[in-house]
Unconditional design. Structure first.
Ligand SMILES: NC(=O)c1ccno1
Length: 241
């Protein structure tokens, strides 16, 4: 998979050289390229913005600069991702879907955002354009959101995680449940004990305890997820425990 990020602050994306994503790049599992939008400017001041049409505060990013940049970066079958608080929520399901795409190009807006005609132009040109939000809050730009989305997608790519099993049991992956609490040694720490069932060696009981904990947590912390629970598949998994 190829991922491109276009930003006026490419250094923001330095974190993608670290840890699992960095290792995936080195191993050739992920072709990740970061571009400075200003490399596509043509004036002495490398201008990327202008005043908003209709007036108002702040500046808007120019369509001409973005257009020449994205024309160079987008390849056949690419998905153009625009991180924005006004987009639909980015979820684990989104990450799973995007992990199957050949190329993701993240257009990181700054100021008041990118001229709306950029998304409109590429949509009408047949490019898949996904405006996506990582939460109901406003950031100063798209870079941090792009980091979140890239990490969520990259870790799903074959070979990136040491143990692919760990993706199966994570929050938002097992029948729409939050993950159960995890423990390790020592068995007692500051008078707090590891739940005895986890020390029993009885795999069936451990699996059921974890499932029960996941259901309890989901009901307590995310009642909104309970409504969407896939009870049938949950029931099937329960019967198999
Ligand atoms: N909430 C978001 O995803 C976002 C992206 C840019 N600013 O906010």
């Amino acid at each position: 998979m190829r991922i491109d990020v276009v930003s006026i602050f490419p250094a923001y994306l330095a974190a993608l050289d670290l840890s699992l994503v960095g290792k995936a790049r080195t191993a050739g599992l992920l072709d990740l390229r970061v571009h400075d939008l200003r490399d596509w400017t043509t004036d002495r001041h490398r201008t990327v913005d202008d005043t908003p049409a209709g007036g108002g505060a702040g500046m808007v990013m120019r369509p001409d600069v973005w257009g020449t940049a994205l024309d160079d970066v987008l390849t056949e079958g690419a998905t153009l991702v625009v991180p924005t608080p006004s987009g639909p929520s980015f979820t684990q399901r989104t990450a799973e879907e995007w992990a199957t795409r050949p190329q993701l190009v993240f257009a990181c807006g700054r100021y008041e955002g990118i001229d709306a005609r950029v998304a409109e132009h590429y949509r009408s040109a047949g490019v898949r354009v996904e405006e996506a939000s990582i939460g109901d809050y406003v950031l100063n730009g798209g870079e941090v959101a792009a980091l979140v989305m890239i990490e969520a997608v990259a870790r799903l790519l074959p070979g990136v995680l040491g143990n692919p099993e760990s993706v199966v049991e994570e929050s938002h992956s097992v029948a729409g449940l939050l993950e159960y609490p995890v423990y390790t040694k020592p068995p007692t720490w500051r008078d707090l004990e590891v739940p005895p069932v986890l020390m029993s060696g009885h795999h069936g009981k451990v699996a059921r305890w974890r499932r029960d904990q996941a259901i309890e947590r989901t009901a307590a912390r995310r009642p909104d997820m309970v409504a969407a629970l896939d009870v049938d598949s949950l029931d099937k998994k329960d019967r198999a425990l």
